[in-house]
Every structure is written in C-alpha cells, then in structure tokens.
Design a binder for this molecule. Structure first.
Ligand code: PRX
Length: 655
C-alpha cells in the first residue's frame, strides 16, 4: 500500500465533534435527546411520525389514520387528513413574522430584493388568483421553467395554494428536454421568463419554451412570462401573457385550498437507467413534514438564521431546502441568481458576508471548483456569521471537506454531509450537528425514523464493518416518492422489485464502518453524477444516436477533479471512422447536439470514435471495460469475446 492509501485511512478516522458552543444552543443539544428520538421511532414508528405530523403541520382536517401499507409498495401517510402546503409555509407565520424577511434575493448583476413573509404571502395569493383566472384548478399540471428569482418560489407556492401540481424544469435543460417533460406531465400552463442571467450571459428561456411548444406540448393553453432580463421576445397572442398582466387586478388574498394529505404536490423529473427521465411524484403532507423536520434536525434552524441553499429550484434540493422546508419553518432564505464566479471567485463569500448567512448548503462540486481558486478569495470576506455548513449531491472527498472546514467554516462550524435523493424528498442520512461527531466523507447515521441499512444480495444486513452492499430503506417514510407519474410499473420495478417489495432500493452502494457510519460508494446503476447533477448514461446515448451521423454510442463516467464525474462517449459513426479515433469538428457538432437534446450539463467531455463497441456474447455492451478504458486503466477484464481484438487498441485511443 502506498502512502496515499495509508493517508486516506488515517483521514477516514479523523473525528470532528461539535463544539460545546454549538451544541449548547442546538435544537437537539445532547446525545440523550437524540437517543430519545431514536427510541421513540424504534418503539412506536407510526406514533413517532404521527406526533411530528401533529406538532409541525397545521391541518384543516386532522388525520386519524397514520400509515396505510395495505397496497405496498404504495404507501399512504396521514391519509384521511387535509391541509394546504402553502398555508403551512406562509399564512401560519403572518401573525408573528409578517415583517420578517422570507427571501433575500440577489441577482448576478448585484440587484437585490427582500420579500417579507407578508409580501411573499401577498405575491403568492395574487399569482394563485392569476392561475385560477387562466383556468388552473386542483390537480392540473403547471410546468415552471424559470431562473432563480423569487417568482420561481412564488409560482411553486401559488400552485400549492390552489392544489395545482407543479413540475419545475431546470432552466439549463434544452427545449427538447422541456418538451418531453411538458408532454409527460400533460401540463396546461407553462410559467417562464424572457430570460435568466448566468455567467454574464442571458439564458433564453422563452425562446426555448417557444421551440418546445412549436414541436409539441399540445396540452399547453397558456404561457405566463416574467419580464426579467428585458430582451425582446416574441409573444404569441392568445397563448402568452406577461406575468405583470396576469396578476394585474387580482386580489392579494386567496383561500388556501384544503387538499388531501396524499394530494400530489409536485412532479420532478430525474434521470434513471433508461433513456426516459422519471417523473417523481411527491405528496403534500408527508413531503412537507419530511422537509420541516430535517430542516430542524440537520440544519438546526432557528428564527435568527439566514439560510442559503445554493441549489436551483429545478432540482429536489431547491424544492425541499429553498421553496418548502425553510419557509415552513419561518426562516429567512437567500436566493442567488447567477454563477459562483461572477464577477470573481469571491462571489459566494461576498453574498455570505453581505447578507450575514448563518447556514450555507452547497454541492461538493462547487466547493472543489472554488477551492481551486485558492484561500485568498474566502480570506477577503468576513464569514463569521456562518455557523453551519452543509453538502449534498455526491460524495465529498476528504480534501474538499477539510478545505470547507478550515477555510469557510474557520474550524468552527459543523459540516452536515447529507445523503438523500429526488425520490426520498428529504434528507435521510446526515449528522444531527449538535450531537454527532463528523468524519470527512461520511454522511454519518440515518436520521430518527429512517430505517436505512446496507444489505447483501439476499437482502440481509451486512454486519461486518466496511463491507459494501446495497443501500436500502426498510420502512416507508412520510416524504418518500409515491409513484412515477404515468408509469407506476416502473416505480415498482425500479425501487421495490429487487428485494421482494420489502425494501426501498436507493440505487446506491454503501458501506458502514465500525462506528456505524455510512459511506456512500456510488451508484449501482448506469446513472452518472456530473457536477452534482444526475444523468442517465442511456439518456446521453439516446441523444447521441438521434444524430444522423451516429450509428451507436456508449457513455460512461470517468473521474473529474471538479465535476466528480465527466462524461466519456464511445461512438460508432455511420460513415468512416476518423483517423486515430479523433475528430474535433464532429466532436464539436455532437457536443452541441447533446446540448440541444438535453442541456449543457449532458455534454460529453470526451468522444472517442471506434469501429465497434465491445459487447459480451449475449450482445450487452461491456460497460465495465469501457469505464476502465475511459479512466486510462490497465485492462484486467476478459476481452476474448471482442469480435475483433484490434478494436481494443481503438478503444484505448491507440489506433
Ligand atoms: O448517488 C447519490 C448521490 O446523488 C443521488 C441522488 O441524486 P438526486 O436525486 O439528483 O438528488 C441529489 C440531491 C439530494 C444519490 O443516489 N448523493 C446525494 N447526496 C449524497 C450523494 N452521494 C454521496 N453523498 C451524499 N451526501
């Protein structure tokens, strides 16, 4: 074993207990308090969640039933109760917090805006009335394709207020991807903006929306357009309406519709192991409860906090920890529209200083990217307001963790590494920061009421430390996904079939160390994690083969210093193979093509042209071999099934 190996083992055993200063005033301040939560959940699982649902949510009609498992794996929580999610995020704070900032917004160009709870409530009501005037009713689907501006949250909350089901599509997705999502959801209305601001450029959201609706999306009757950047855009009469006109003349009060606990709050598309993204469907009450309690346990939220989660509302993190969890707790959130490096690499730290951010939550890829610019950038800013740091989306390497700890947290702030997924709705495995000592790279232990485990092929718990296995959740939890929109079979097949419908299969492998800490090892399926964004290799492959020049394509991930994983594509062209397997012109064209089909996040970093893809005798692409090749590793696999051994040299980039 070389020095690196020994070093990493030493690092893994470093333990960072919270400081007494943090623990003393934490919501969960002691091991005994945390143990009490675990014991309650262990002794009376349903009672544990029911007590929280009663204390943390305001019900229009209280529930008397807790969990229905009769149609497992279709579970229902608190299912005879009724409530409104927007009421729980806004109205219930008005008495005490009407003037408290709900959203502190900053645009890339430096424009700022603060909306108090009272103002946010009025905006949401007016927009909810506007949606109703456009014919949107309970259960209708509304696609939101917006920049990171307060109106994105207003739109989400307005949907929740009237029981419309929103489906937010990340603004970085292309027209084609937007169209697919609009069609799958059968959306009636699309809410967008003329454009968004990022990296000094304007993202043409309305242009993409027009393109999407030109070739499809026939269910859409109305497009509501927020004026954000002010550039000229076309408005289609009878279909498009400006946001300002849509809300004009509407009252700033609007009844919050009482919906069933199980009423779908939203659909959010995420990548799986097939070419077609899955519409993850979440509930109202259970989802909201999950986001509320995790914001308390993991982020230790309190009234004086300024919480900044840097995720875009187009991802689950931006749903649970921008639009819902913190607001339902009456917290102040920061929203920033723009790139972390504009005008320079100090932007995030400058936002933290100026808005006195106390809790900062971001992705390891952002940490690694900013770390590359050196310590001098964070060094220029007063980060003393920060008391807690968080990460999400991918494993964080110990080096980045230590930098975050020293340079941003100034060795004072606990770091909560939070494992969860679009499907889980809320954080599942993470430290409770006033109690649980952290280890760089581990998300520590499952939260109370979350039956996460690591099991072997047979579904038995792996008790031996540090043995990898399948990450599963053995009991249903309130914020879990309910199904895949329009494809219930896929829901059962993807998440439940592997272990006889008993356990939820997360799709990650993990191991547990001798202290019972969880270490996420990676995906077990063909899902990549590129810069914290989840992408299916099949999705990128289908995009590539849709190009007239491409006959076949196989996509794998290779490690990348900043992005975590980068996309490596092996492509068989219809015509001649370019000499040496490289062709910058075709590569440029294919990269643009993938950007058009999916979005810039799916653009392959490398494309290597080959005559054939390596396949097993049964015709399956040998992905493990391709992964080794993309990493430039020595080939240890059996390659005797290759039709033509000469292909190996091509695959290796040597011919
Ligand atoms: O592989 C895990 C990884 O991200 C996947 C979920 O992706 P998505 O649904 O896009 O949600 C991301 C934000 C919640 C997981 O299956 N992942 C997420 N958090 C972590 C992680 N891997 C390691 N450590 C984490 N903290």
């Amino acid at each position: 074993m070389g020095n690196d190996g020994i070093d990493s083992i030493l690092r893994e055993h470093r333990l960072f207990p919270p400081s007494p200063a943090f623990s003393d005033i934490a919501r969960v301040p002691s091991a005994s308090r945390l143990d009490a939560l675990y014991s309650h959940a262990a002794a009376d699982y349903e009672g544990f969640w029911a007590a929280l649902a009663r204390s943390e949510l305001n019900w229009t009609k209280p529930f008397s039933k807790i969990l229905d498992s009769t149609k497992a794996p279709h579970f229902r929580w608190f299912y005879d109760g009724r409530l409104n999610v927007s009421y729980n995020c806004l109205d219930r704070h008005l008495e005490k917090r009407a003037d408290k900032p709900a959203i502190i917004f900053e645009g890339e160009k430096g424009d700022t805006r603060t909306l108090s709870y009272g103002e946010l409530h009025r905006e949401v009501c007016r927009f909810a009335n506007a949606l109703k005037a456009q014919g949107v009713a309970l259960g209708d689907r509304v696609v939101i394709y917006m920049p990171m501006v307060p109106e994105a949250v207003v739109a989400m909350q307005a949907c929740a207020r009237i029981g419309a089901i929103h489906s937010v599509v990340f603004g970085g997705f292309s027209a084609e991807a937007l169209k697919d999502r609009i069609e799958d959801a059968g959306a009636k209305v699309v809410i967008t903006a003329d454009g968004g601001q990022r990296g000094g450029k304007i993202i043409g959201l309305k242009v993409a929306c027009d393109k999407a609706l030109k070739s499809g999306g026939k269910s859409v009757t109305t497009v509501i357009v927020l004026k954000r950047t002010g550039q000229h855009i076309a408005m289609k009469s009878g279909r498009d309406i400006w946001w300002s006109e849509a809300v004009a003349d509407h009252a700033d009060s609007c009844d919050a519709v009482a919906a069933d606990a199980e009423h779908p709050l939203f659909i959010l598309y995420t990548s799986g192991s097939t070419g077609k993204p899955k519409g993850i469907q979440h509930s109202s009450a259970g989802y909201l409860l999950g986001t509320i309690v995790t914001t308390q346990w993991v982020f230790d939220i309190r009234d004086s906090d300024v919480f900044w989660c840097t995720a875009d509302v187009g991802w689950i993190t931006g749903h649970s920890y921008v639009a819902y969890g913190p607001l339902a707790n009456g917290a102040t959130i920061v929203m920033y529209e723009g790139a972390p490096t504009v005008p320079d690499a100090g932007r995030f730290w400058s936002v933290c200083e100026r808005h006195k951010v106390t809790i900062f939550y971001t992705a390891p890829t952002a940490i690694r990217a900013l770390m590359k610019f050196g310590d001098s950038w964070p060094g220029k800013y007063d980060l003393s307001s920060i008391r807690l740091l968080g990460t999400v989306g991918e494993p964080i390497n110990p080096e980045a963790w230590m930098w975050y700890h020293r340079t941003i947290g100034r060795e004072r702030c606990p770091i909560v590494d939070t494992w969860w997924q679009t499907e889980t709705g809320a954080i599942m495995i993470a430290p409770v920061p006033g109690v649980v000592p952290t280890k760089p790279g581990s998300c520590t232990r499952p939260l109370p009421g979350i039956a996460a485990d690591v099991v072997n092929e047979q579904g038995n718990t792996i008790t031996k430390p540090d043995q990898g296995g399948y990450l599963v959740v053995k009991r249903p939890w309130p914020s879990m996904l309910r199904t895949i929109w329009g494809d219930d079979d896929r829901y059962v097949e993807t998440y439940w079939k592997r272990f006889g419908k008993r356990y939820y299969l997360a799709g990650d492998s993990a191991r547990r160390d001798a202290d019972g800490y969880f270490w996420i090892m990676g995906r077990i399926d063909d899902v990549l994690n590129v810069a914290g964004h989840r992408l299916g290799t099949m999705e990128v492959e289908s995009a590539l083969v849709a190009h007239p020049m491409v006959a076949e394509a196989a996509v794998v991930g290779r490690p990348d210093d900043v992005k975590g994983e980068a996309i490596f594509a092996f492509v068989v062209l219809r015509g001649e193979r370019p000499p040496g397997g490289v062709d910058d012109k075709i590569t440029g064209e294919l990269r643009n093509w993938v950007t058009d089909q999916i979005g810039a996040i799916a653009k392959p970093s490398d494309i290597r042209y080959v005559d054939n893809l390596p396949k097993t005798r049964s015709g399956k692409i040998m992905r493990r071999l391709l992964r080794s090749l993309a990493r430039g590793e020595q080939i240890t696999q059996d390659t005797s099934t290759l039709e033509n051994e000469a292909i190996l040299a091509q695959l290796q980039g040597k011919a």
